[in-house]
Design a protein around this ligand. Structure first.
Ligand code: GAP
Length: 442
């Protein structure tokens, strides 16, 4: 983990937030390469959900959340972690995360601590006009259910996908970006007819495993964990966690839950007319009945299958898998980030062999903008004039290709293309460079 954290800082992936003021615990900033990697991971997820499935629609809902949403979802009452104080060191811990250095007899009895961030809305701060920063992206998917059904004419089964920030006042944020207070989730709420939920659940577990493999996290590094009944969240009939062997240990990368009709039922008016399976709190505030016409059995409240993944945990997993130290001849070694090319922050670096040589520089810039226009991600022009240094840097940040414009280029219109993983170099005709690049990057 230390090596990965050091690389992330050194190369501009991830920084501690507000570092110049001593930081803010559990909050990170994503630098020039981090933001690219993050966007690439999110766009791979969005593509696999929204673009590749005609029955899945996207949503980008607000972060500030009406407190009623979180009252009826159960978060106000139950979104808590048990917290203890250590009377010896004076620190506070999540009850299951007390360090070995604290003695059991020094700990207070656990008490409930709500993880939601509450904030004032509007100019008057008398305690009555508050909202929450959403603790999960899911809830506004449920509150927008009717809007989306009405505006898209969706029929069962269908899904609503959302990527966005979530906030949790974790008692003990830790392990770099694994457990943080501000993070992003990629969540799908997939609505199915009651009775079709169990098959849909199994199918989504498999689809999500396959997706992680495509991002460079091998199947044999992910363990399936059936969450025991007594550990299930209040809304869940069954939850399967995809556990990944992070540098600090085996922990949850993504959860796939069967939320039954709990959420739509909870946010609905006239609940007694809905034949709900879940036990829900009586809703006196909603103005909408969240059911849908299902051809087989009339109006139903669908069951929900929810694959929910953390973007930061995903980044940590793909970075960890990609991070490689390779031995080279002459007792040398190199660090190489073997990211899948669709995730690589920079797809290619175009390097003139000699810094500031007008002809080489002009041609390199032309190739840069030509490849950039293919729209496959960021291409950079790099005028360092030090090819060896460029190769080392681009190995470390995972750039799949380095393209050198040298004096031979001026004679025969070919460039040297170096492959990150094999370190093999080949000469490619500039006329062929677009298709060569597309082939390698796609
Ligand atoms: N809507 C369901 C839900 O939010 P969750 O298991 O609490 O379920 C889903 O969170 C995913 O969000 C987790 O699998 C994890 O990847 C990510 N996540 C949750 N809390 C996090 C935190 N404090 N820091 C980073 N990622 C977190």
């Amino acid at each position: 983990m230390e090596e990965l954290v050091a690389l992330c800082k050194r190369r501009g992936f991830i920084f501690q937030s507000a570092e110049i003021y001593g930081g803010l615990q559990g909050v990170y900033d994503f630098g020039p390469l981090g933001v690219e990697l993050k966007n690439n991971l999110k766009s791979a997820w969005w593509k696999s959900m929204v673009y590749e499935n005609d029955n899945i629609e996207g949503l980008d809902a607000s972060i500030l959340t009406n407190s009623l949403v979180l009252d009826y979802s159960g978060h106000t009452d139950t979104f808590t972690d048990p917290m203890v104080d250590c009377k010896s060191c004076g620190l506070r811990f999540r009850a299951d995360q007390v360090p070995n250095s604290c003695n059991q007899e020094d700990l207070t009895e656990p008490r409930h601590f709500n993880l939601m961030f509450k904030t004032n809305v509007g100019p008057v701060n008398d305690g009555s006009s508050y909202a929450y920063l959403r603790p999960e992206t899911a809830q506004q998917i449920f509150t927008n259910f009717k809007n989306i059904v009405d505006s898209t004419s969706s029929t069962l089964p269908f899904g609503i996908a959302q990527i966005g920030k979530a906030f949790r006042n974790e008692i003990t944020p830790r392990n770099f970006i694994f457990r943080v207070r501000e993070f992003e989730q990629m969540e799908l709420e997939y609505f199915v007819a009651p009775g079709d939920d169990e098959d849909a659940h199994n199918s989504w577990v498999q689809k999500r495993l396959n997706w992680w493999v495509k991002q460079g996290v091998p199947m044999n590094k992910i363990e399936i964990y059936e969450v025991p009944t007594d550990e299930l969240a209040h809304y869940s009939k069954r939850t399967v966690d995809l556990m990944y062997n992070f540098p600090h240990g085996l922990e949850e990368l993504e959860g796939v839950a069967n939320r039954t009709d709990f959420d739509l039922g909870s946010h609905s008016k006239k609940q007694n007319e809905l034949n709900l399976h879940a036990k829900v709190k009586l809703n006196k505030d909603s103005n909408s009945k969240l059911s849908i016409n299902n051809t087989d059995n009339g109006m139903v409240v669908p069951f929900v299958i929810e694959p929910s993944a953390g973007v930061e945990r995903g980044m940590l997993a793909v970075l960890n898998e990609a991070y490689t130290i390779e031995d080279l001849p002459d007792n040398k070694s190199r660090i190489v980030l073997k990211l899948k090319s669709h995730l690589a922050p920079i797809k290619a670096a175009i390097v003139p062999l000699k810094k500031n040589d007008e002809k080489l520089v002009d041609l390199a810039k032309k190739i840069k903008s030509q490849l950039q226009n293919l729209g496959l991600g960021r291409i950079i022009f790099e005028n360092t004039g030090n090819i060896g240094k460029s190769y080392r840097k681009h190995d470390e940040i995972g750039t799949p290709l380095c393209i050198t414009v040298d004096f031979e280029t001026l004679e025969n219109n070919t460039v040297t293309v170096r492959d990150r993983d094999s370190m093999q170099q080949e000469r490619v005709d500039i006329k062929e460079i677009d298709s060569f690049f597309e082939e390698k990057i796609k």
